[in-house]
Ligand binder design. Structure first.
Ligand code: ADP
Length: 182
């Protein structure tokens, strides 16, 4: 079974939900940069203070800050890991490649959760997180298309990409993911 995984896809595609479910059944480490950043904000740390406004606007936190968080949390482990929300641009891809080379644990599979824009917007508005208002969602989708979407082509060329239809119920999606991991 593959155990070094990455979830890619637009905000609202369900990366976090699927990554969490999968980490519960496999006991792989679930590393969500969004979740880790929100934790820093809740704790009121210096880092949290630095990123709060940026995140609430739906913009990307600096590569350097995110890299620090990833380095701190992505340690070599024998169980496996699931990356969720990182990398989000080509600079972050490069940093991740360096980290993984040092860990000697290459990425094995990239799940791309595919879903139409209309569905995303509806889902995010229903979720109602602090950064889930109409204005912010527009910004996040725009940034996603401009900076994160090119990663799909990058991982496709490396033959690491698996397409997942994310416009379905949770269970069908996780069953599909598990089958592709085998
Ligand atoms: P979503 O994918 O639904 O937008 P996340 O929890 O993954 O939710 O991310 C929330 C916010 O956290 C992003 O809008 C961004 O501000 C910040 N963030 C998360 N991951 C990264 C990253 N890899 N690089 C820069 N900013 C990030």
């Amino acid at each position: 079974m593959k155990k070094h995984l990455l979830f890619l896809g637009p905000p609202g595609a369900g990366k976090g939900t699927q990554a969490k479910l999968l980490s519960e059944v496999t006991s792989f480490l679930h590393l969500s940069t969004g979740e880790l950043l929100r934790k820093e904000i809740d704790l009121g740390t210096d880092l949290g203070k630095q990123v709060k406004d940026i995140m609430n606007k739906g913009e990307l936190v600096s590569d350097q800050l995110v890299l620090e968080i990833v380095k701190k949390n992505l340690k070599r482990n024998n169980k496996g890991w699931i990356l969720d929300g990182y990398p989000r641009n080509l600079t972050q891809v490069k940093s991740l490649n360096d980290i993984l080379e040092k860990l000697n644990q290459p990425l094995e599979i990239v799940f791309y959760l595919e879903i139409p824009d209309e569905v995303l917007i509806k889902r995010l508005l229903l979720r109602g997180r602090k950064d889930d208002n109409e204005e912010t969602i527009k910004t996040r989708l725009k940034i996603y298309k401009e900076t994160t979407e090119p990663l799909i082509e990058y991982y496709k060329k490396l033959s690491q990409l698996e397409y997942i239809n994310a416009n379905r119920d949770l269970k069908s999606i996780s069953a599909d993911i598990k089958q592709k991991m085998a």
